[in-house]
Design a protein around this ligand. Structure first.
Ligand SMILES: Cc1ncc(COP(=O)(O)O)c(C=O)c1O
Length: 512
């Protein structure tokens, strides 16, 4: 076929039916409704947070799918998806999913997710998003205001806490390099500065700090762990000592990372004292509030974050404690000018004249180029439910963690570590006496795995002072104390079974 002498490609009729446009809205409605119905039906009948499947069982099913043979039928693809994904997914909405920092999500955010992926704005430039850019900016301002960062604050949405921490440390590194080069007749080269830069972070801080240091070209000893107190909060006296030592040894402290909600212990570092020390040492203060940011919405616990307003940069993960679907995170900075360290201009995308014309664009502030409009989920959440409602949900899980901690302190089968300021509970099965005490590590590891394999509940594990512990991360207000008590019984049962098998393996095997 030709048109005005040019050959015209004839495509199979089917392919275009899948393009989302004005002619295919009915297909879109049908497909999405069918997908929503499947998920709704699955959620409605999910009795356990996990099926207990193993990689060995599931991998062959996924490998067996012939990706060269499309089904050409969304309903059939959804049926197939039941077997390769939905049946065995780990369900965070379930009240006995108690493992990692994954929250159940709120429906207004799911609505946002559906809208944002269909419209598919990219938040890099105004000409790819228009209002999306302004909505994201409004939410950044809203968050910065809740933190109290002041009139010059700014920030950007990111893919998660790790990326927010990385970007914060990138900005801090650039500021430190500029400081090191300032006022010297023969400024040191970058190659000379980078190996000397140090980051001080709590020993309970997140590993993304170490990863960031590596990505930022710092030396292997760049991150100095600062000891914590009994409550797993950074000890300001130790921080002061380390700052002093770095000064004496000529090692510029590029950033102090305070954690507002450590992953394991939910501990919040003493932010006001850390801020004082950072001011005195001229160090950049970053607060990793990936977990604790939910307190920004709390009407009763906001004071736990006092001092965060003095940070130079803050990480918040809405996908942890604002009940948002992954991904939804942001980096906030006290001084918008610091974001220039992430700015590059491309003629085809964000030429410098755009800034001169005051055309808003977010790519100048971001490590990413094409970027999801994740902010829309938070926008609809605030517009439908409001921040107080989010704060109430988070307060509930913090309350529940306190109750769980009390339950554990009274239970002779378990030993419990520090009481969390947020919603984690770290504990282990520990027989009062007898040989089981020596096998406590193995018994706890076994109990966690056996519980996950049964699918009845999912809990996390961690190490404290070299010993194996179990961890609840409570983020679901639907989790009751009865759920927690039940899971403790299950864990104790698995641990006891392990110990009795160790004590009398033959007898147990015979008993089956
Ligand atoms: C304190 C803290 N910071 C940062 C992160 C990393 O966040 P993300 O998983 O969103 O990259 C986590 C994740 O658990 C965290 O607990």
């Amino acid at each position: 076929m030709s048109f005005h002498g040019h050959p015209v490609e004839v495509r199979p009729a089917g392919a275009r039916e899948y393009l989302f446009n004005d002619r295919t809205v009915e297909g879109y409605r049908h497909s999405l409704t069918a997908g929503i119905d499947r998920v709704a039906a699955r959620i409605a009948r999910t009795e356990r947070p996990f099926s207990g499947t193993t990689p060995d069982r599931l991998a062959p099913e996924i490998s067996a799918i012939d990706l060269e043979k499309p089904l050409n039928d969304p309903a059939a693809a959804l049926t197939e998806l039941e077997d390769v994904y939905l049946r065995d997914a780990v369900y965070f909405h379930h009240p006995r999913y108690l493992a990692h920092l994954n929250c159940p999500v709120v429906i207004p955010a799911l609505l946002g997710e559906a809208v944002l992926s269909a419209v598919n704005s990219s938040l890099d430039t105004w000409d790819q998003s228009a209002g999306g850019t302004l909505i994201e900016r409004r939410l950044i301002d809203w968050t910065a205001e809740r933190i109290g960062l002041g009139p010059d604050a700014d920030g950007v949405f990111t893919s998660g806490g790790s990326q927010s921490n990385l970007q914060a440390l990138l900005l801090a590194r650039e500021e430190a390099c500029a400081r090191a080069a300032a006022g010297t007749p023969t400024p040191p080269t970058r190659a000379e500065i980078l190996p000397k830069l140090r980051i001080l972070a709590s020993e309970a801080g997140h590993f993304s700090v170490q990863k960031s240091a590596k990505l930022l070209g710092l030396g292997p000893d760049a991150v100095i762990p600062v000891a914590t107190d009994r409550d797993r909060r950074m000890r300001p006296a130790v921080l002061a000592r380390e700052l002093d030592r770095c000064r004496r040894e000529g090692l510029p402290v590029m950033a102090v990372v305070a954690t507002a909600g450590t992953t394991d212990f939910g501990s919040i570092d003493p932010l006001p004292q850390i801020a004082d020390l950072c001011v005195a040492a001229g160090a950049w203060m970053h607060v990793d509030a990936a977990y604790g940011c939910g307190l920004l919405a709390s009407r009763t616990r906001r004071h736990l974050l006092d001092g965060i307003e003095r940070a130079d940069s803050v990480t918040v993960d809405y996908h942890k404690s604002f009940f948002q679907p992954v991904s939804s995170s942001a980096l906030l900075v006290r001084d918008a000018a610091a974001l220039r360290h992430a700015t590059y201009h491309a003629d085809y995308l964000n030429p410098a004249r755009m800034a001169e014309q005051r055309i808003p664009n977010q790519v100048d502030k971001s490590l990413q180029t094409t970027r999801r409009f994740d902010a829309l989920k938070l926008w609809l959440t605030l517009r439908v439910m409001g921040a107080d409602a989010i704060g109430e949900l988070f307060d509930e899980v913090v309350d529940r963690a306190g109750q769980a901690w009390e339950l554990l302190t009274e239970d002779p089968r378990f030993e419990v570590v520090t009481r969390s300021q947020l919603s984690t509970v770290v504990f282990r099965y520990l027989p009062q006496d007898g040989p089981g005490r020596e096998l406590a590590d193995e018994a706890n590891l076994f109990a966690r795995e056996a519980l996950a394999a049964s699918g009845a509940a999912v809990v996390a594990g961690t190490k404290v002072d070299g010993r194996h512990y179990l961890k609840f991360t409570l983020l679901n207000p639907e989790t009751t104390l009865a759920d927690i008590a039940h899971v403790l019984d299950l864990l104790a049962g698995h641990a006891e079974r392990y110990l009795s098998e160790q004590a009398a393996p033959e007898l147990c095997r015979q008993a089956g």
